[in-house]
Design a protein around this ligand. Structure first.
Ligand code: FE2
Length: 379
């Protein structure tokens, strides 16, 4: 069965999507995790995030604890429950560790809420103001795919370490950056035949436009297949590719994700670096595991992408993938899942002009992913 990928009827490239919000950038990504303290140590030690802010028993929170980490423009929040029962435990029980909030930085969280709910977004929380001695912030929220939520964060009147209620997380542990700078894109996996529904959500409710689409002919191997469309906001700072499974001889990697996550959710967070060779070398030295890319990939890659600035040897040694579009090329690599369930992973990306997402690498990548799936007995 082939799903129609043209039904959305949006222009392939529309950098001027109707930007009624507008979104200034990703404010933070919050994961619900089983053990935030140890997860925070992982992101500091393996990824080079710096401790920024903390909220927990010591700050008057009774039920939850949150650690805020930052590296350049990327801000992660890790939250765990401190008692049994409740929404967070339920979320972790159902999904394992995973992204709960993709928080978007806006000028006006009240207007963002009104504009999106008016266009059909399901409310998560109405705008509310939080305050402490460092000022105030306004937060509102709407539901997106699965149990994932978009928060709108208005922080122009706040000057503290993160948000009201958090204190500076002062820790004499010196983490060294791995050179990752900002979130390039965040990918959502949704269920069978749900890609268009969620692309329409981003178009109609958020004013995003579609950048590119791939169908199962682009992204399939002998065994697995998926379809993907990339939705982007007007200023291009927010890019959300949406994947759905497609039929192959065996289980699609998107279906495996949906099975283990128990529904739709964030599949990967792509983080940008200016020097992917240095960043990936550093991450590998710190124990981050990447997908294996077959050596044969490098025998033909330069025929496909043409000349590049980098030597091929270190790219091959690290398993970095290369792709080219009309505007330039990009280098990218994918980690293995960073959680016990085969759900969320990271991508490291360095763009050298290219604005695309590595379509030419999909086949090579998915063959690599299938080898991993095979080892888990879920192919
Ligand atoms: Fe990606």
């Amino acid at each position: 069965m082939k799903t129609d990928t043209t039904s959305l009827n949006l222009p392939i490239e529309n950098p001027e999507a109707e930007d009624f919000l507008p979104i200034l950038g990703t404010d933070f990504v919050e994961l619900y995790v089983g053990n935030a303290k140890q997860a925070a140590y992982y992101y500091q030690t393996a990824w080079g995030f710096k401790p920024i802010a903390y909220a927990g028993l010591e700050t008057g929170k009774k039920n939850t604890v949150s650690y805020v980490l930052q590296q350049d423009k990327i801000r992660l929040v890790l939250t765990s429950p401190l008692e049994p029962g409740g929404d967070i435990n339920e979320h972790i029980n159902k999904h394992g560790d995973g992204v709960k909030y993709i928080a978007l930085w806006v000028d006006d969280a009240t207007k963002s809420y009104k504009e999106t709910t008016k266009r059909g977004a399901k409310s998560y929380c109405e705008p509310y103001t939080i305050e402490d001695s460092n000022g105030k912030a306004v937060i509102s929220g709407i539901h997106t795919y699965g149990e994932t939520v978009h928060l709108f964060v208005e922080r122009k009147d706040y000057h503290g370490p993160f948000l009201p209620g958090y204190k500076v997380w002062d820790k004499p542990y010196n983490t060294k950056s791995t050179g990752i700078k900002y979130i390039d894109h965040m990918v959502g996996n949704v269920g069978w035949n749900e890609m268009n529904k969620w692309c329409e959500f981003y178009a109609n409710v958020m004013g995003f436009a579609q950048l590119v689409s791939f169908d199962d002919k682009d992204i399939s191997t002998e065994y697995t297949a998926l379809m993907s469309k990339v939705m982007s906001n007007g200023n291009g700072r927010i890019k959300f590719p949406i994947n759905e499974p497609a039929h192959g001889k065996k289980k699609s990697q998107i279906e495996e994700y949906i099975d283990f996550y128990n529904g739709a959710g964030v599949q990967h967070i792509a983080v940008a670096t200016d020097n992917i060779i240095e960043t990936v070398t550093d991450l590998r030295d710190r124990g981050v595991e990447f997908l294996y890319v077959p050596e044969t990939y490098y025998e033909t890659v330069l025929d496909r992408v043409g000349e590049i600035d980098e030597d091929l040897a270190p790219l091959k040694d690290l398993g970095i993938l290369i792709d080219r579009d009309d505007e330039g090329y990009l280098l990218q690599i994918f980690t293995k899942p960073v959680l016990d369930r085969p759900t969320m992973f990271f991508e490291i990306i360095q763009r050298k002009g290219a604005k695309s997402f590595g379509k030419g690498n999909f086949k090579a990548l998915f063959e690599a992913i299938e080898r991993e799936q095979d080892l888990r007995g879920t192919l």
